[in-house]
Write a protein that binds this ligand. Sequence first.
Ligand code: UDP
Length: 325
Amino acid sequence: MRVVVSGGSGFLGSHLCEVLLRRGDRVCCLDDFSSGRAANVGHLLGEPRFECAPCDVTERVRVTGEVDAVVHLASAASPRDYSRRPLQTLAAGSRGTENLLRLALRHQARFVLASTSEVYGDPEVHPQREDYWGHVNPIGPRSVYDEAKRFAEALSMAYRRSEGADVGIVRIFNTYGPRMRPHDGRVVSTFIRQALDGEELTIYGDGSQTRSFCYVDDLISGLLAMVDAHLPGPFNLGNPSERTVRELAELVLLITGSDRGLRFEPLPVDDPVRRRPDITRAREGLGWRPRVSLAEGLSRTVSWFAADSDTSGRPSQHLPVGRMS
Ligand code: UDP
């Protein structure tokens, strides 16, 4: 297959590109490098089946040649990133999604939308099943991401119903692993960076809010199954093992051997109180389930952070590439 991956140099995108190449596919990676790091795909550039082009998917998407699948991951995804770039985030979910849907439709290609657990907002139903419609504040600071993804889902389903597009939706829950940016503001990357830098870990609120953390390799195997499945979904992809933020902090302290302890800071507006995916549908529909425990996944991630030289938070350099057929 030849697969177009938007956001292909981001955290999830770069892992997906790698796995697609490993199984023999051709990959066309599109990224504007606003939050993706060029270094994430630098090691793939010598690979003849890999192409990478700078592209803002909210403007125009030009891909020549055959396309068998399009995976739309391009978006700011951490609360820090999307609150700094609210208009671009809304555009990525709306115009960006439409541009990529049109590309897929033109080629009769599979289209997979990377949606999010944020479509459930601050959920009143727990754990979250795909038939729950969510509890989102449409004008709060998180709305630029939540509503953009909800619109992207609506648009994708409209293309499926009215144009016959082969659309599939996955709702991605908190995912962590190598290649997260140390300054992206997310909880796992922040705690690991702080612990390795000998800083206190910053807990927002009292740390009793919960999340369910999925290791990146598990997430990517679910995403890959969705590329191949020709099912509409939506499917929750995440690890149902739910932890409080405080438990996560204590685990990071333990794994890194840090004794600096915790510091408590105010909880951000509309921060969801709890989150856990019900993955019954993905298990039955895709034959998928996560396998990596939090302790194991965190250990691997800590090792990567400890070895990664670019933990300075410098803006990522731009790729000197543009090889497109
Ligand atoms: N959080 C925290 N300290 C941090 C960063 C995040 O306590 O330094 C909390 C945040 O308030 C939220 C949870 O960790 O309750 C997960 O935050 P993240 O930004 O990773 O993702 P979210 O699930 O909120 O999109």
